[in-house]
Design a protein around this ligand. Sequence first.
Ligand code: C2O
Ligand code: CU
Length: 479
Amino acid sequence: MSIEFSYPVSRRSLLGAGAGLLLTTALRSLPARAAVPVDHRIMAAPTRARLAGEGHPETDVWAYNNTVPGPIVRLRQGEPARIIVENHLDQDTTVHWHGIRLPNAMDGVPGLTQPPIKPGESFTYEFTPPDAGTFWYHPHANSLEQLGRGLAGAIIVEERETVPVDRDLLWLLADWRLTSGGEIASGFGNRMEAAMSGRVGNTVTLSGQVSEEEPIRAGERIRLRLVNGSLARVMALRFEGHRPVIVAIDGQPCDPHEPEGGRILLGPAMRIDVALDMQGEPGRRYRVIDDFYDGLSYWVTQLAYGEKPPIREHPPDAPLSLLRNPLAEPDLANADRHELTLQGGMMGGGAMTGMGGMMGGMMGMGGGAAWAINGMSMTGDGHAGMEPALTFQRGHSVVLVLRNETAWWHPMHFHGHSFRVLSRNGVRVPHRQWQDTVLMAPRDAVEVAFVADNPGDWMLHCHVIDHQMAGMMTVLRVA
Ligand code: C2O
Ligand code: CU
């Protein structure tokens, strides 16, 4: 290939010019394309994967289509999709399409939105993604073990227009607890752990393998889609020698901005798209460091520049900016206000605090609860008969105040909606991003707002899966 790299322009102008012609010549095939959803087939099954890289033993995992992570599911904004999920595990499963605003019956919560998919059976998910962006899918049944053994994959909902970058990359970061023999350590659902930070592992993979380096061409502009598919590990990524610009959070485009202190904070289940102008020197390596936990910093990979000269002299002038998705703007002046207080967990001395009598009772009932929301502990993954903690009227604007009264971090996820993050501890959040998962530091109070426009019973839970399983979960109803 001798084609010199040229900066691709948006296809809009080209399409605009040819649109009339296209319409007359291709008219017959258009209705067919619009009506027929693209089929995807996803099979959950045990397999083996080389997580630690060449020269290391393989690990027994559970995976979608025999790969870790599962295949990237590519959908198109506003076009119907049909995804057939086959269960070849020896236990029930479901798939949750994390962050996609879809009909309730397609949300993948066992008992609440669908019966679980039994071993040997399949379920067909059908929905039309309204938002372009980076999403992911994972089980919502026996979630701690199923996600912890490898069942996860990314979804890219493509924009209607070409995004002007040289490369579109996706890193699905996952955290594993491996034994010295390379197997996944047992002990899922350890109660002590569940009441603390959750199951943080010892091996971080980048799209299925421990990564030594990722090849980079000097001068290129990359859209890097970061997905934190960990059970419990919070990440704070720094790109040595580079200045990533955040262009989307949880699939939703935002004002392009550099992360605070140059660290990209990525809680479990969060996605952040960054624009990276590769301004490093040809032949050099730059580490990507995660230093979230004090004293436990490590590098995720290295950006390994090839020897070739930069493909362009200077980075493109304009920042990468993505078109907004069609989200309804909440009417803050007339919004219904509600509070959700996160409670429980271990304190310094190992005592359970902040639980009240309610929690004592729940724990006595053998529910294994360590956490609560507004004094109630919903444990597990979702089941029938979960009564909603709050009911919103369809179409109403809602402001939710999430109060973290615990000593731990919690990435709080709401199904079926995206919310605007308005403030943190009384201070207005600069870009008021749309997110579906908001990371809360100990003692944080966060205000989020959204229009309750998607009817159904929706989960709200912590995405540290041990926390969810141990009671940090509730159901909110849009009626
Ligand atoms: Cu990513 Cu309730 O889930
Ligand atoms: Cu939590």
